[in-house]
Write a protein that binds this ligand. Structure first.
Ligand SMILES: [Fe+2]
Length: 461
């Protein structure tokens, strides 16, 4: 066996086969109105035992994507499937014909970070150059997607749907660009605009935020580094103390790409929770890593907190409030409130995910496990915790409204949670308004699901 790092072991250990299972057992009662698919993407190296098939270089972010999906309909869990995303390299390693399709700048990659639906397409997404991959509703790879030839460059892992306009927004970045690109995909699935925004220094820009008036850009001091490439770092992005941290407001109705920037203290951020306009000010809630962050080992020096940034263009400054000081990640809201004032957010306690390299051996304390989900009531400043048992690692949770016009928080929170008694994953469905109570349903899946990255509930149309 090759040397394994923490992200190849325990809750991160990749699975080795693709499974299709029907009529899954359920504890509790699946809400009859939940008709659709819960899909989640994450890195899953192929063939760890065979160095010839090791399609990554050891960093968690570089493993080829595997999408895990559960199909719910009429109160039944119809199927579970897990499928690798077939890049050319992966398809050839699996002795399959690659479906073919467009490639941006020789950057073909089995997109491993998120899976979304837009304009009738299921899209596995990744950032830093490659195109998304389109999957079928049964998770078979259809091929890379450049939105019918309309996307000029690569795409992004994180996107923001605007439910008012039906548009999908993204900020694409690529090491060879001295700009980032604001891309809008229209309701018809074609690029309606792609605007270059000059940003020197090549920052990694994993996520952004949307309000009704602005896009909010986070230009933070993790930047592309040729020295890192020369030094053999697997991720060519390093902490750069010379890069001024700043947050930018790009007016949505201004096509001149003129961003107003505001300096902030050095920090790192993977994810925003949400953002909105508040009179003349702009509010952005995000998970912030204080001080420096080393993306090559996925560890920071300071605390990880849920913070509120209030950007005041009139005063020319950003002020910050602490919303929650517990280590957490994967912040999500009801997609319907993206860009608007909102009250509720959901996130996952970060245990092992964050400590993986910090404690390379030995036993973990209970708090080292990612075994809790949080529900934030931002109006009251309170947090509810749904605690799972030890070893019950919980991934990102997504909110699903009970009905298309249901009130915010009237619905369900679902996540893959490891069930240590069975050695396999459950799809756990909580009633959002009884967050700490027993799950309304647990769908028992036939296999383990490694801790992964992002996913979506995709309702039937
Ligand atoms: Fe992310």
């Amino acid at each position: 066996m090759p040397d394994l790092n923490r992200f190849q072991q325990g809750p991160f250990a990749p699975v080795e086969e693709e499974i299709t299972a029907f009529d899954l057992p359920v504890t509790g009662t699946l809400p009859a109105g939940l008709n659709g698919r819960y899909l989640r993407n994450g890195p899953n190296p192929l063939g760890l035992e065979d160095p010839g098939y090791r399609f990554w270089e050891g960093h968690w972010f570089l493993g080829p994507g595997m999408v895990h999906g559960v199909r719910l309909r009429d109160g039944k869990a119809e199927w579970y499937r897990n499928r690798w995303v077939r890049s050319r390299q992966l398809a050839e390693a699996m002795d399959e014909k690659w479906p073919g399709g467009p490639i941006h700048d020789d950057m073909d990659f089995a997109a491993n970070t998120h899976i979304i639906a837009h304009a009738g397409r299921y899209l596995a997404t990744v950032e830093s150059g490659p195109l998304p991959y389109e999957l079928s509703g049964e998770l078979d790879t259809l091929g890379p997607c450049d939105f019918s030839g309309t996307l000029p460059g690569g795409f992004a892992a994180h996107t923001k749907p605007d439910r008012r306009t039906g548009e999908l927004h993204a900020i694409a970045y690529f090491w060879a660009w001295d700009y980032v690109q604001h891309v809008i995909i229209g309701p018809d699935g074609k690029t309606t605009s792609a605007t270059d925004i000059p940003v020197p220094g090549g920052p990694m820009m994993h996520d952004f935020a949307l309000t009704e008036k602005y896009l909010i850009l986070f230009d933070l001091p993790v930047t592309f580094s040729m020295d890192a490439v020369s030094a053999g770092l697997q991720i060519p992005y390093t902490w750069n103390p010379d890069h001024q941290a700043r947050v930018g407001l790009l007016p949505r109705d201004d096509t001149s790409a003129s961003v107003r920037w505001f300096e902030v203290d050095p920090c790192w951020m993977f994810h925003t929770l949400n953002a909105y306009d508040d009179g003349g000010r702009v509010v952005a809630d995000l998970v912030r890593y204080e001080s420096s962050y080393d993306v090559s080992v996925l560890a920071g020096k300071g605390p990880v907190t849920l913070d509120r940034w209030i950007i005041d263009p009139a005063a020319g400054k950003v002020t910050s409030q602490r919303l929650d000081d517990r280590r957490q990640e994967f912040p999500r809201v009801d997609d319907r409130v993206i860009s608007r004032p909102y009250r509720y957010g959901y996130s996952a306690f970060v245990g092992e995910t964050d400590r993986a390299f910090l404690q390379p051996s030995g036993d973990f304390a209970d708090e080292a496990f990612s075994n809790a989900l949080f529900k934030h009531d931002l109006a009251h400043g309170t947090v509810q915790t749904h605690q799972f048992g030890r070893d019950a690692t919980a991934g990102e949770a997504v909110f699903v409204p009970a009905a298309p016009d249901a009130a915010e928080d009237d619905g369900y929170v679902m996540a893959f949670v490891h069930n240590p008694d069975r050695g396999a994953a459950d799809l756990v469905i909580l009633a959002a308004q009884d967050f700490t109570g027993q799950p309304v349903a647990r769908v028992h899946l036939p296999a383990r699901i490694p801790l992964g990255l992002h996913g979506s509930w995709i309702p039937d149309q």
